[in-house]
Write a protein that binds this ligand. Structure first.
Ligand SMILES: Cc1cc2nc3c(=O)[nH]c(=O)nc-3n(C[C@H](O)[C@H](O)[C@H](O)COP(=O)(O)OP(=O)(O)OC[C@H]3O[C@@H](n4cnc5c(N)ncnc54)[C@H](O)[C@@H]3O)c2cc1C
Length: 379
């Protein structure tokens, strides 16, 4: 008997789930309902238009729920994701830090190969179809703008449309699932201090999030100063761990020989000495409150530039939403523990990862695992 699967959301997870389902069971009838005028819009924005699709350095601890992710990554790690994309005609390349991109370094290539598979496999795609209501008796009845669809299985792959009129969270709640409060993640941080004088400067450094006396997270990379906060990949990663009131403590000397720096300062004991170490305006900002200019004091200031987190920028500047459908209601194969036949995948779930391909990896991996578990016979 032909089984029918409805997938709500034609993003990274929804498209992958549909394609894999048809690879496993060409006889299945698969429909994607997408509220936008076309599928995969967000994929095009990823990785600055290059789409960092996964990372060879794939570890559970790069995610907020390492125990859950350990099982997920055992079933579907970077190699499996690359193999899936190779299998649908996408060549990839890997940079020196393990980040995997399409060989073309164009996100459109990723979307193009997925779209080609949709067409080749007669996967029905309905765009402009915002799903408003779903009920379940024997089957799922899905009401969307302009129509209604019926499926034996339902996959919610709605991503993090946190502000949308009817988003995936509402749909999940109606099935009894709990939602962990949703907030912007991988997002610039606002600071209590104004940073206008150094706005636009980029500096390589190490920084840590400090809560009380505890270091919550430490990371190296590049910080970009903004008028009222900090950005750059280093900050985006810090944002997953920072809360208002926490401090971000920046060490501008990480990776340098501190004795050499001390000698340099001792040989020129005036604030201008620092202009050979940091951009001039930043050197001023770091030393402006110093009481005296000794090497010891300057070193301490360079190693402990302290900012206070007052909040984050909004969803418009965030790469992901943190929070989402509580994973305690989800089985390892991404089926619902509450509703037979219901699956949830991708960013809709309360799983978030670091910058570097980890969030797309989760979208692809959860979708591939769900597709393989949907109750069909494997070829
Ligand atoms: C600027 C930017 C850059 C990024 N770069 C990277 C990167 O390089 N590497 C990386 O790993 N991650 C990156 N991310 C994160 C990554 O894009 C997401 O983790 C990923 O897209 C999540 O996939 P998803 O399919 O779960 O959700 P989405 O891609 O958001 O797809 C969900 C889809 O569901 C649709 N939808 C929602 N509600 C409904 C409804 N009620 N009815 C019908 N349709 C609905 C939406 O319109 C959307 O098309 C980036 C994100 C941003 C914003």
């Amino acid at each position: 008997m032909q089984k029918k699967v409805i997938i709500v959301g034609g993003g990274a997870a929804g498209l992958t789930c549909a394609v894999r389902l048809k690879q496993i069971n060409p006889g299945a009838a698969v429909t994607i309902l997408e509220q936008n005028d076309r599928v995969g819009k967000k994929i095009l924005k990823t990785g600055n238009g290059r789409c960092n699709l996964t990372n060879l350095d794939m570890r559970p601890e790069y995610y907020n729920h390492p125990d859950f992710m350990e099982k997920c990554l055992k079933r579907c790690s970077a190699r499996e994701v690359i193999a899936f994309f190779n299998g649908i005609g996408l060549l990839t390349r890997t940079d020196s830090e393990g980040r995997v991109y399409p060989y073309s370094e164009t996100a459109a290539s990723v979307l193009d190969v997925l779209r080609r598979e949709l067409e080749k496999n007669n996967i029905e795609v309905v765009c402009g179809a915002a799903v408003r209501e779903i009920t379940k008796k024997d089957t799922f009845i899905v009401k969307y703008d302009g129509g209604e669809a019926e499926g034996d299985y339902l996959v919610l792959a709605c991503g993090s449309q946190a502000q949308a009129e009817t988003n995936g969270y509402d749909l999940a709640v109606r099935f009894g699932h709990a939602i962990i409060p949703v907030r912007p993640g991988l997002v610039p941080l606002r600071t209590a201090e104004s940073l206008r004088s150094v706005s636009g400067l980029r500096v390589k450094c190490q920084a840590e999030v400090v809560r009380g006396t505890d270091t919550v997270h430490r990371e190296s990379g590049e910080i970009l100063f903004k008028d009222e906060g900090i950005s750059g990949i280093l900050t985006l990663n810090l944002s997953r761990h920072a809360a208002p009131g926490n401090a971000v403590v920046i060490d501008f000397l990480a990776g340098t020989d501190r004795k050499t720096v001390a000698k340099l300062i001792e040989s020129r004991p005036e604030p201008e000495a620092l202009t050979g170490i940091l951009p001039k305006m930043l050197a001023r900002a770091v030393t402006q409150n110093l009481d005296g200019f000794s090497a010891a004091k300057v070193l301490a200031a360079l190693e402990n530039f302290r900012l206070t987190v007052s909040g984050t920028y909004g969803f418009g500047q965030a790469q992901i939403a943190m929070g989402g459908v509580d994973i305690t209601g989800i089985n390892d194969d991404f089926s619902s523990r509450l509703v037979p036949g219901l699956y949830m995948v991708g960013e809709l779930l309360d799983i978030d990862g670091a910058c570097g391909g980890y969030n797309l990896h989760f979208a692809w991996a959860s979708a591939l695992i769900a597709a393989e578990s949907l109750g069909f016979e494997k070829k």
